[in-house]
Design a protein around this ligand. Structure first.
Ligand SMILES: [Zn+2]
Ligand SMILES: [Zn+2]
Length: 130
């Protein structure tokens, strides 16, 4: 996978996907944290017989703590400059826009951007990460 996400669990099909750029740059952290994180999603899904629980809810946190002995975190701290230079996600009425840290900082200071297609003001929705 690409972008700022380190990994993702494809629950129904049982596959785990990882970001090769971030893996290469953060090999130890991947084995210590990212792989257990995604494995915990996979385990919880199958232990719950396919019921969709909250992704990082009580069950997932308990697998992270009790099985892997890890603090359940939902964001990583890798340098994403190389893999995702525009990690800030904005939404309008018609699509998702991705902003750089610099552009996002201008919005925080009060600057507004509009979508060229639907003319709605772009609203910050998430910092994409894990
Ligand atoms: Zn997760
Ligand atoms: Zn739009």
């Amino acid at each position: 996978m690409k972008g700022a996400s380190a990994g993702q669990a494809h629950l129904g099909r049982g596959g785990l996907r990882f970001n090769p750029v971030l893996l290469k740059d953060n090999r130890q952290a991947f084995f210590d944290e990212v792989i257990p994180h995604e494995m915990a999603h996979w385990l919880v899904f199958h232990l719950a017989n396919g019921t969709r629980l909250k992704p990082h809810g009580r069950e997932w946190q308990s697998v992270m703590r009790n099985l892997f002995g890890l603090v359940p975190r939902v964001t990583h701290r890798f340098d994403i400059q190389r893999s995702q230079p525009r990690p800030y996600r904005y939404e309008c009425g018609c699509q998702i826009h991705h902003f750089t840290a610099r552009r996002h900082a201008l919005v925080v200071k009060g600057r507004r951007y509009r979508c060229r297609h639907c003319d709605q003001t772009l609203v910050y929705s998430a910092f994409e990460n894990l």
